[in-house]
Structures are given as structure tokens and as C-alpha cells.
Design a protein around this ligand. Structure first.
Ligand SMILES: [Zn+2]
Length: 102
């Protein structure tokens, strides 16, 4: 039995607005053509929209990463993945360079 398409037209999912279905994945999930707030478009599986897995064309992830990495930078060098950093520039001020022993 073919599954009925969930009508997501004009519904907002984070930064994305579902425009129309453009196809169907092998899983039976419909693929929605979405427009992102930033102006990009992206084709996303309905399931990923509904469960909130995808909420932007990718720009949100990039921004979140930038915010996260800036926050980590402000918090210092205590994080595990930062241990290998030998020198670290704080707030872009070259007068404040911390040297960390590995
Ligand atoms: Zn975007």
C-alpha cells in the first residue's frame, strides 16, 4: 500500500519552509523541496523535517558551529579536542597568546 503523502506545504521547520514534494525516497518517505530563510533551497525527506533532524539548508549548522567554537574559545582550553593546540589566540588579540603543554 503506498503511503499517503504528508501535506507539509508552507509549513515551517526551523528555517525551512516546505514548498512541494519533488519525489519519493526508497524508504517510502517523500522528498520535499524546501526554501531556507537564507535564500537557499534544499530537498529534504519528510521524516527529517517532521522529527526536526533538518532545520535549515545547512547554514544553521555552520552558524551553530561558529557560535560553539567561539564559545569554546572564550571558555579557554580545557576541552579535550583542544588539548593538542599548542598556542591559542584569545579574542583575536595577538598580545594574548596562551601556550599549552601537551
Ligand atoms: Zn540556509
Amino acid at each position: 500500500m503506498p503511503r499517503k503523502a504528508l501535506d507539509l506545504t508552507n509549513q515551517e521547520f526551523g528555517r525551512l519552509v516546505a514548498i512541494k514534494t519533488v519525489g519519493k525516497a526508497r524508504s517510502g518517505n517523500y522528498i520535499w523541496h524546501c526554501k531556507c530563510e537564507c535564500g537557499n533551497t534544499k530537498d529534504v525527506l519528510a521524516g527529517n523535517l517532521v522529527c526536526g533532524a533538518i532545520r535549515s539548508c545547512g547554514c544553521l549548522t555552520k552558524e551553530n558551529y561558529r557560535i560553539w567554537s567561539e564559545k569554546r574559545r572564550e571558555e579557554g582550553l580545557t576541552g579535550g579536542s583542544y588539548k593538542h593546540w599548542k598556542a591559542h589566540r584569545i579574542h583575536g588579540n595577538s598580545d594574548k597568546v596562551e601556550v599549552v603543554e601537551v
